[in-house]
Design a protein. Structure first.
Length: 258
């Protein structure tokens, strides 16, 4: 950049480097998504298309930013966990945050018609984002457990609420009053005895959210030396819907978040 008498204005900028040797979470959230999903006629309590487009956007981010080890999504939010050894954008918080959230937003618009072919996009969706540092493997696993616990709680409530409204044709206020103060066991009972729904049989994608990570899988490729088809181990981004609260999931994938 050429020097000029105006260059002094750079002194107003402030460094926002994230702490070294910490996992960095970039969590994005849909802004005013209650209105957005209503305006675009999302199915209640869950819309497979809405979750699938979020997973598609997250997958594209994982492909583009290899420093992201794990991503977890539920509803209109996604968390991206960046390796503690990463020096992505020199660990500048604003650069990391804005790049990831803008790329996610643009992918959402770009892939909209693939998932909602009969629903025109009326206006662009908006997402906000923040960066948070976690200093240890325990703290980052606790963070992810917190988000999945949130998924469990919110989805159980929403499944009860919307099935009461839609199946029993009652008002939102009446459904809220029925569920007020109820614990998980009571909500499961309402679903089963009153609405004929076994919550444990609901799709895992709704109940557990989506976790994305890289792993090596067998894949057919063409050997450039002789043009023959061979089986090779290649790294791909996988999407699964499993419980990862506790250690069994992480013990099964020991290469993650080490």
């Amino acid at each position: 950049m050429a020097k000029s008498k105006y260059e002094y204005v750079k002194t107003y900028e402030r460094d926002d480097f994230l702490l070294p040797e910490c996992y960095v979470v970039v969590r994005i959230d849909g802004r005013s998504f209650h209105k957005f999903t209503t305006d675009h006629s999302f199915e209640k309590p869950n819309d497979t298309r809405g979750i699938s487009i979020m997973n598609k956007c997250a997958t594209e981010i994982m492909k583009s930013f290899t420093d992201i080890e794990v991503a977890y999504g539920e509803s209109d939010e996604y968390s991206f966990v960046i390796s503690k050894r990463s020096n992505l954008f020199q660990r500048r918080s604003s650069k990391i945050c804005t790049t990831i959230v803008s790329f996610f937003s643009s992918n959402y618009v770009f892939h909209w018609s693939q998932f909602f072919p009969e629903t025109p996009l009326q206006y662009p969706p908006t997402f906000d984002a923040r960066c948070v540092c976690y200093p240890s493997r325990k703290s980052i696993l606790d963070y992810l457990s917190w988000r999945q616990a949130d998924c469990h709680i919110n989805n159980l409530y929403n499944t009860c609420f919307w099935n009461l409204v839609l199946k029993e044709n009652i008002s939102n206020e009446e459904a809220q009053n029925i569920l007020k103060g109820t614990l998980s066991a009571a909500k499961n009972e309402i679903l089963f005895t009153r609405l004929g729904i076994n919550y444990t049989k609901e799709p895992a994608m709704f109940r557990k959210g989506s976790i994305l990570f890289r792993d090596k899988v067998d894949q057919k490729v063409i050997d450039p030396r002789n043009g023959k088809e061979v089986i090779r181990k290649v790294s791909v981004v996988l999407t699964v819907h499993e419980d990862f609260i506790g250690l069994p999931f992480w013990n099964a994938h020991p290469h993650l978040l080490v």
